[in-house]
Ligand binder design. Structure first.
Ligand code: ADP
Ligand code: MG
Length: 169
């Protein structure tokens, strides 16, 4: 019988290489159903874009397409299964994020056909939906990053529980 994982609200992991970070994010991407919002936080070089590359992989989108969208602000990728909205809010404030149509992108019509990943989510803190995945990345060494991932919302807690259970197997 399928095991039902206990809900998990927070998971802390350490990655020893960019591929380890991408590997975790790929698995997460595979489990997403569409409509999810991921708020990514961490200093420049912490690995937010690298994480999104793995996520894209898991969604069936070529990871080579994923570059830092700092100059484009938002890029919409089409995937075989789900799309990916990759947004970088570094240069924006909340008002500009509203003008960009961020809320529509995250939760408007059609949003369930894609996943939205926001780099520098803190720039639009008040616009973030209550149900979301929070990913905090920090630099520990040249190739080492610490990640804290939190789930808000019952379904996302279950999803995180599933990933945590896999990690323990
Ligand atoms: P951000 O988007 O947070 O500014 P990037 O993902 O663009 O960060 O850059 C992270 C840099 O750190 C990349 O050059 C990546 O290859 C490198 N790196 C080294 N180790 C890791 C790791 N474990 N996880 C993610 N990136 C790593
Ligand atoms: Mg980046």
């Amino acid at each position: 019988m399928a095991r039902h994982p206990e809900p998990v609200t927070e998971l802390e992991l350490r990655f020893g290489s960019p591929d380890e970070t991408r590997g975790f994010a790929r698995r997460l991407g595979e489990l997403l159903k569409g409509g999810e919002v991921l708020a990514l936080r961490g200093d420049l070089g912490a690995g937010k874009t690298t994480f999104v590359q793995g996520l894209a992989d898991g969604l069936g989108i070529g990871r080579d397409q994923i570059a830092s969208p700092t100059f484009v602000l938002a890029v919409q990728h089409r995937g075989k299964r789900l799309g990916l909205n990759h947004v970088d809010l570094y240069r924006l404030d909340e008002e500009e994020a509203i003008e960009l149509g961020l809320e529509e992108l995250m939760t408007g019509p059609g949003s369930e056909a894609a996943v939205t990943a926001l780099e520098w989510a803190e720039r639009a803190e008040d616009l973030l939906p209550l149900e979301r995945i929070e990913v905090n990345l920090s630099w520990l060494g040249q190739e080492v990053r610490q990640m804290t991932i939190s789930a808000f919302g019952v379904e996302l807690e279950e999803l995180l529980g599933r990933i945590a259970a896999e990690g323990r197997d």
